[in-house]
Ligand binder design. Sequence first.
Ligand SMILES: O=C(O)CCC(=O)C(=O)O
Ligand SMILES: [Fe+2]
Length: 348
Amino acid sequence: MEKPKFKTVQEVVAAGVGLPDRYLQASTGDEESQPLNGPVPEMDIPAIDLSLLLSASEDGREELTKLHSALSTWGVVQVMNHGITEAFLDKIYKLTKEFFALPTEQKQKCARDIGSMQGYGNDMILWEDQVLDWIDRLYITTYPEDQRKLKFWPELPIGFRETLDEYTMKQRVVVEKFFKAMARSLGLEENSFLDMYGESATMDTRFNLYPPCPRPDKVIGVKPHADGSAFTLLLPDKDVEGLQFLKDGKWYKAPIVNDTILINVGDQMEIMSNGIYKSPVHRVVTNKEKERVSVATFCVPGEEKEIQPVEGLVSEARPRLYKTVKKYVELYFQYYQQGRRPMEAALI
Ligand SMILES: O=C(O)CCC(=O)C(=O)O
Ligand SMILES: [Fe+2]
């Protein structure tokens, strides 16, 4: 098997050769108003009770209103009472840290092949002169089961595979409820989005490690992007901040709230909701002293599915904003490479 051409961030750090130029961001000109490592205000997003969202009670309706308000402004919510115990989430965080702490040779057993996304490696190099993100990751397709490639599922740390399998099944329950809740919050029949999303939808989980970085003013953990998924379930680090969302041209940091899952809308949900729910641009900044981890699961419609605004959200007052797209993720990378917002391709 071909080995990846570039070193992981952990290997760069271990080599002790200083910071390679490939990680240095070009000046964007707006550093003065909001420098990469400067203080940013915290975003004001609600914690939504998932167990209430599908209830017909007064409290349930109130929760749906909160969901609508957060997703149509920020495109992000914290979800609590999601049915996954704190002890289980802690196990995921622990296994993530243990995986990245393994010796390089052990991690390389799950190394990504050149040109493919799945497996262990550094920021994927998609174009020449790309400034690299300060991140190492393990990217695994977890669902449907027949699409799993076990060679990318680490055998160590012990329990990783079983726990990831269990986490996938638990997340599926959350995903279905969340789709139904989003439909209800827009006055639609419960299955409106699920029917379009499809039975063949995939889940990809990405374990992210951001080692301490010598130049947080010049180096970024993940460059600004919006997710190409329908939506993303995220477990941000429980102690170390870093995730920021862009709203009206300003960056805000995501709060850390224990025992919640952060869910952000992705481009394909923005399309299905005819633009009512926003796929937010976000980034991750680096930290000089502390290592940070996160675990993101991307929920992606099946490749054969045609994704478009659902009927109930198109009217004379609100004309259709997006074309029908298929295999959006492929299109996503073509645009991303050109430094363009992939969403542009879907706009009518
Ligand atoms: O590390 C994080 O908190 C977010 C990572 C992210 O945005 C992504 O993986 O798409
Ligand atoms: Fe993201």
